[in-house]
Design a protein around this ligand. Structure first.
Ligand SMILES: Cc1cc2nc3c(=O)[nH]c(=O)nc-3n(C[C@H](O)[C@H](O)[C@H](O)COP(=O)(O)OP(=O)(O)OC[C@H]3O[C@@H](n4cnc5c(N)ncnc54)[C@H](O)[C@@H]3O)c2cc1C
Length: 565
């Protein structure tokens, strides 16, 4: 056992005092028990392993909870003057760990105001507003924001601006990125940046662009390294599903949790009014992809995704059930589900289902129904309404999620994803049987924007986060997949992968040399490098200081996929 004693680095007293003066003593802490709580990521192996290795880098010096935009600005000014690194943090799922000792962690838990403008169909949100809060408020007014990631309750729109924003209903609504009107950000010197038409003096918030270069394009997906989002305004759309859902009926409840597990009765929310979900099974991957093209181009539906082995853990009530279903291939390996919405009328639903049935016939697909595999259809009941939920997120029975790969591209490129994932399995071996999903079955495919492109996903699930071996193997998957994708000139990765370090600098073939461009952009937005240093792109000095272990590992994976050095 590693008995090394770890001590967090503290801020200089005068800096701490200046920060305390801004927020008040109640809203700042350097208590060891508190800072520890902010020092471990939720699911990425690379953000859990540092705890196993007793790496003190991830322990922030203090946690500050600002209550207003002005406080955020004042904190950033102090940090910029004193060169204290800052990491923004909402729920700490991904990318929100400190990168160097002595970091201030800014947690937005006090900033959760929502303002809905019904007439202009927009919502302005502070950084701690989650998708389910937004949906609960908007749906009462017959509006919604168009989608949600899988983790409804814990994911915030401001942090998604910094990371990804993939929704199950991307077919129609096309990701969070396409639904933002403007963002207010605190820059590294404490100044305020407002993007879009709202940024022009005297203009209103109606368009995501304004004359000149697209500033939003420079700042989104930058993991909080270009500025701190204090307000985000998103588009709203008509919602016909009713003001609330009976989702607590039959949901796992704390009072009856164990009985619910015994009776396997939870997680069966009803489909919202004027919505329908259809499941299709295909004889092979090729016909699945053909159908994804046809359905997305036909203009019907709001969501079109393939979920393959993901159904095993979304729809099983125990881990044993998940594993048995994965072993037995209980769910169709080549599938898709289509979410239909009768936005204009009930008849819209009927018409769209007719179109879908015709496409099914043309692509040799079968509808799951009372007549065909009713047991499978019944088992799927828990799944695929997360994008509508506004009370709780769904429950999943799976091991410890530890890495994810999410490349993008045309729909047909999902084939390439599967090919590389199969190679990774052959090279590295599985961490658990569910890792085979994406090779033995379809990768998770999210069709975006009427089929203009797709995100596909495969993941690793070692059974526990408490043993480093499984986490290391998951890291190896991520490294291998990234290296192989670069080598084979495959598409850019979303969330984790090619646009973060150490990949950005150790694979200069990306772009090519996009690391050099991003280094310059970082310098413009953050000359002193205080915002999450080294997360998206290293400065030359940071690159020099990369630990040998990381450098050697990158070189090893480069060689493994055929790069000469
Ligand atoms: C079970 C599960 C399923 C998921 N499914 C999906 C999915 O379907 N689609 C999808 O897109 N994602 C998905 N995710 C990923 C997750 O939704 C994102 O990582 C999300 O942004 C994390 O939210 P958070 O509030 O915990 O952010 P954090 O982890 O706290 O922050 C994320 C990043 O944003 C930065 N940040 C935080 N707040 C701000 C701010 N105010 N200004 C600037 N930067 C900021 C942080 O520094 C960090 O880099 C899933 C996660 C889980 C656990």
């Amino acid at each position: 056992m590693n008995s090394k004693k770890v001590e967090p680095e503290k801020l200089r007293r005068e800096v701490y005092q200046a920060l305390e003066n801004i927020v008040g003593p109640e809203w700042i802490s350097e208590d060891r028990a508190i800072v520890e709580g902010y020092s471990r990521g939720t699911y990425i192996a690379g953000e859990i392993l540092p705890k196993h290795m007793k790496d003190k880098t991830v322990l922030p010096a203090c946690i500050v909870l600002p209550g207003t935009t002005e406080e955020v600005q004042a904190i950033v000014r102090v940090c910029n003057r004193r060169e204290v690194p800052v990491v923004p943090y909402t729920n700490g799922q991904l990318g929100s760990l400190a990168t160097i000792p002595g970091t201030l962690c800014m947690h937005f838990v006090r900033m959760d105001r929502i303002d809905i403008d019904e007439e202009n169909m927009t919502a302005t949100l502070q950084p701690y507003v989650s998708y389910n809060q937004l949906q609960a408020d908007a749906m009462k007014k017959g509006l919604w924001n168009g989608g949600c990631p899988l983790a409804t309750g814990i994911t915030k729109l401001a942090s998604q601006y910094s990371v990804a924003g993939i929704w199950q209903t991307d077919l129609k609504y096309a990701t969070l990125n396409r639904n933002i009107l403007s963002v207010k950000m605190v820059l590294s010197n404490g100044d305020m940046l407002v993007t879009g038409s709202a940024g022009q003096a005297g203009s209103e918030d109606f368009w995501e662009y304004s004359p000149g270069p697209d500033i939003m394009g420079f700042t989104r997906s930058s993991l909080g390294t270009t500025g701190i989002v204090v307000e985000i305004t998103v588009k709203l759309h008509p919602w016909v599903g009713g003001p609330s859902f009976p989702e607590d009926i039959g949901r796992p409840s704390i009072d009856t949790y164990y009985e619910d597990v015994e009776e396997k009765k939870f997680d069966r929310p009803q489909v919202p009014e004027r919505h329908r979900i259809c499941w299709l099974e295909f004889p092979d991957f090729q016909s699945e992809l053909e159908a994804l093209y046809k359905i997305s181009h036909s203009g019907i539906g709001i969501g079109l995704n393939a979920s393959g082995c993901y159904n095993d853990y979304y729809c099983s009530q125990t881990r044993e059930m998940t594993n048995n279903r994965a072993e037995d291939g209980f769910f169709p390996p080549w599938n898709c589900y289509v979410m239909l919405a009768g936005i204009s009328s009930e008849k819209q639903l009927e018409y769209e289902e007719k179109v879908l049935r015709q496409i099914a016939e043309e692509t040799r697909a079968k509808f799951l129904s009372e007549e065909y595999k009713p047991d499978v259809l019944d088992a799927l009941a828990p799944w695929n309404q997360d994008c509508f939920r506004h009370v709780t997120g769904m429950r999943m029975c799976r091991g410890g999620w530890a890495s994810l790969i999410i490349p993008m591209g045309r729909i047909s490129i999902a084939k390439k994803h599967r090919e590389i994932w199969c190679k990774a399995l052959a090279q590295i071996g599985e961490t658990h049987i569910t890792d085979r999903g994406g090779c033995d079955s379809t990768p998770f495919v999210y069709v975006v924007n009427r089929g203009h492109f797709q995100y596909s996903e495969t993941d690793n699930y070692p059974q526990t986060h408490s043993e480093p071996e499984g986490l290391m193997k998951s890291m190896a998957f991520l490294n291998y997949f990234t290296a192989a994708s670069v080598k084979e000139k495959y598409t850019p990765g979303a969330i984790v992968g090619m646009s973060v370090e150490p990949y950005h600098s150790f694979f200069p073939e990306i772009g090519p040399n996009s690391n050099l461009l991003f280094r310059k952009i970082r310098k413009v937005f953050d000359p002193k490098g205080i915002f999450s240093p080294g997360k998206v792109v290293y400065t030359e000095e940071e690159l020099e200081a990369v630990p040998d272990m990381v450098r050697d590992s990158m070189i090893e994976f480069r060689k493994m996929v055929g790069f000469e050095s």
